[in-house]
Design a protein around this ligand. Structure first.
Ligand SMILES: NC(=O)c1ccc[n+]([C@@H]2O[C@H](COP(=O)([O-])OP(=O)(O)OC[C@H]3O[C@@H](n4cnc5c(N)ncnc54)[C@H](O)[C@@H]3O)[C@@H](O)[C@H]2O)c1
Length: 358
């Protein structure tokens, strides 16, 4: 089993990566969590494919787990569903020693983490991500949230999990479009921090998209290690962590205008990264060739790089609610070249409008 750690003092935790890891989870929890009541939160689709099997594995080891199932998709990331989880926890007489397991994609991870952060002022939880996006991004770093109808992830908390268990074999059942959505975040890590990794992904794309063991594990491990490194330096996003938002300002605006359903998170991030690359070139920050490399890699996977039928004015207006706006000024993560980003304040609306319409 491969192991990485997120060094955050008393909130430090390990990220464990192994093909087939799901089967070992009951044994892995035996030592530290032997007496804890276990509550598994999952979505309807993941429950059918993996949740029921995991619950059976626990039973085989002589432990019962309580399962809370939420509907699949972004519509579950609401205060209403958080309340449903609190209601179940109360009926189960859960207390501060109860351990929650988040088995699913970013939606289940964010919702479960938020419920764990707020129930009784915080109970422990473990992330068991089952989408590529969750394995390389959302399960690591402790950002938890639910959406408000007027803004994505507006209600949330920084609350670190106790561990992250990644079983790459579950990606075999993931629909192609979901896998590609996660690939947008993978590309992001190369662009913000490590050009060698960017080129590794470009040069091994076929093997990665075919989910070949070695390259896939490499992609998950490298992405998690970049995220862990950034989070360790700036847990609560007062500085460096902002670079992880590369492509996310436009991405979140598009996602909220589309009502969270039309486009996948990674697809919106892909549109946002392409737009940020164009802005970077226009401002003379980034060589045109690097921006083209990025856009061409995204397009070679079939990821969108242009605004869907949306008015650029609406996208700019949606920025107002974005958490990346500070003191009323819009901040954008831009690129200076592959592997290097810079945070810019006060990017002109005209320029943005032009790049959004490109
Ligand atoms: N907390 C963070 O740092 C962070 C970072 C990035 C994204 N996010 C959030 O993550 C969410 C998106 O996550 P997502 O893309 O994982 O979406 P998701 O959780 O909705 O999962 C996508 C779909 O895949 C299905 N699925 C999950 N695993 C599967 C598997 N192994 N096999 C078959 N089907 C499977 C799910 O049932 C769902 O229908 C967004 O809400 C976004 O805001 C959070």
């Amino acid at each position: 089993m491969e192991k990485l750690s997120v060094p955050l003092g008393e909130r430090s935790y390990g990220i464990y990566v192994e093909k087939g890891l799901l089967d070992s989870i009951p044994a892995l929890l035996e030592e530290m969590w032997r007496d804890a009541m276990i509550v598994l939160v999952t979505d309807s689709r993941v429950n059918t494919i993996y949740g029921e099997k995991l619950a059976r594995r626990f039973l085989e080891e002589g432990r019962e787990v309580q399962v809370i199932e939420v509907p699949e998709g972004e519509r579950s990331k609401t205060l209403t569903w958080a309340k449903t989880i609190y209601d179940r926890l109360i009926s189960l007489h859960a207390d501060r020693t109860t351990l929650m397991l988040a088995l699913g994609g970013g939606v289940v991870g964010d919702l479960t983490g938020f419920a764990a952060a707020t129930f009784m002022r915080g109970i422990p939880y473990i992330q068991i991500p089952t989408t590529l996006l969750a394995q390389v991004d959302s399960s690591v770093g402790g950002k938890t949230a639910v959406n408000h109808p007027r803004g994505k992830n507006i209600i949330g908390a920084f609350y670190q999990p106790k561990a992250v268990f990644i079983d790459t074999s579950v990606l075999s059942s993931l629909p192609e479009r979901e896998f590609l959505s996660g690939m947008a975040e993978v590309v992001k890590y190369g662009v913000i921090r490590d050009s060698d990794f960017f080129y590794y992904v470009r040069d091994n794309l076929h093997a990665i998209l075919n989910k070949e063991g070695g390259p896939l594990t490499q992609v998950v491990m490298k992405s998690c290690s970049i995220k862990a490194e950034v989070v360790a330096e700036d847990e609560k996003e007062t500085g460096l962590r902002t670079i992880l938002n590369f492509g996310h300002s436009v991405g979140h605006a598009v996602e909220s205008l589309k009502g969270y359903e039309g486009l996948k998170h990674g697809e919106c991030v892909s549109i946002g990264m392409a737009c940020a690359a164009r802005v970077s070139v226009e401002l003379g920050l980034c060589p045109r060739g690097d921006a083209e490399e990025l856009i061409s890699l995204l397009e070679s996977m079939g990821l969108p790089t242009k605004l869907p039928e949306l008015d650029p004015e609406d996208v700019i207006a949606a920025f107002a609610l974005d958490k990346k706006v500070m003191y009323g000024k819009m901040r954008l993560v831009l690129i200076e070249g592959l592997g290097k980003v810079v945070i810019k304040e006060g990017v002109g609306e005209d320029l943005l409008r032009r790049c959004l319409s490109a």
